[in-house]
Design a protein around this ligand. Structure first.
Ligand code: NAI
Length: 244
């Protein structure tokens, strides 16, 4: 199976590092033009310069106007946006009693509202062209919950409900929307884990290791490809078997 995305253009939010960068690298290796999106345009450009056909864009995805502007710019640069990967996300963990309104709003805005705004804008062109792929990066925490992550779990569970609704609404226009739900992946987000915590975690994972960004990227590239033309509204758990 050879995934060929040549002629397609993709936006991957939060792609200057971690899972997003891994996704952008693989989409670019598969031949897509890729918009690397991060808060800092210089970093985004630098990361884009390491890939085959990519361009860096600066955008704070919690700023709805900036997201609309970004999509317009990417459409101008690449001619269209065929694939949107809503990957950028944050955590502001705390136990329920200590969770502040600001922690709730920040996480819901970055993880859920930003995906809604980007999807609303990008699907306009996709509807006209009768082809589109929206791939949302949630988390297994959105399926099973987690102590100290009520805000994060709510945002990721919300992303799953959002994706299924978009899938139903836009299927007739050949726009497919799916979720990839990672388990524990080695990135800056999980770098704070102590070696002991990492070992304890690995023991709960049948494949006995944390995942790598490339493990998530493979599923995203598949979902963006023609091999996934009959799949929409689904949640793909990529977690080494941790949740089953
Ligand atoms: P990370 O923290 O390494 O990278 C997140 C990226 O999003 C960064 O490039 C950051 O700059 C960007 N970002 C955050 N807020 C932004 C904003 N307002 N505007 C523009 N860019 C923004 O995180 P990681 O681990 O790569 O996570 C990526 C996605 O995968 C997130 O949605 C996360 O919730 C999800 N995930 C990660 C897991 C893990 O174990 N690392 C597990 C499950 C889900």
């Amino acid at each position: 199976m050879n995934i060929d995305l040549s002629g397609r253009s993709a936006i991957v939010t939060g792609s200057t590092r971690g899972i997003g960068r891994g996704i952008a690298e693989l989409l670019s290796d598969c031949g897509a033009n890729v918009a690397i999106v991060g808060r800092d345009p210089a970093t985004a450009e630098m990361v884009a310069s390491t890939m085959k056909s990519a361009k860096g864009f600066g955008c704070d995805i919690t700023d709805s106007e900036a997201v609309t502007g970004l999509i317009g710019e990417v459409e101008k640069t690449f001619g269209a946006v065929d694939i949107l990967v809503n990957n950028a996300g944050i955590t502001r963990d705390n136990l329920l009693m200590r969770l502040k309104d600001e922690d709730w709003d920040a996480v819901l805005n970055a993880n859920l509202k930003a995906a809604f705004v980007a999807t609303r804008v990008v699907t306009r062109g996709m509807m006209k062209r009768r082809w589109g792929r929206v791939i949302n990066v949630a988390s297994v925490v959105g399926l099973i919950g987690n102590k100290g992550q009520a805000n994060y779990a709510a945002s990721k569970a919300g992303l799953i409900g959002f994706t299924k609704s978009v899938a139903k609404e836009l299927a007739s226009r050949n726009i497919l929307a799916n979720v990839v739900a990672p388990g524990f992946i080695e990135t800056d987000m999980t770098a704070a884990l102590t070696p002991e915590a990492r070992d304890a975690l690995s023991k709960q994972i049948p494949l006995e290791r944390l995942g790598k960004p490339a493990d998530i990227a493979g599923t995203v590239a598949f979902l963006a490809s023609e091999y996934a033309a009959y799949i929409t509204g689904q949640v793909f758990v990529v977690d080494g078997g941790m949740v089953m």
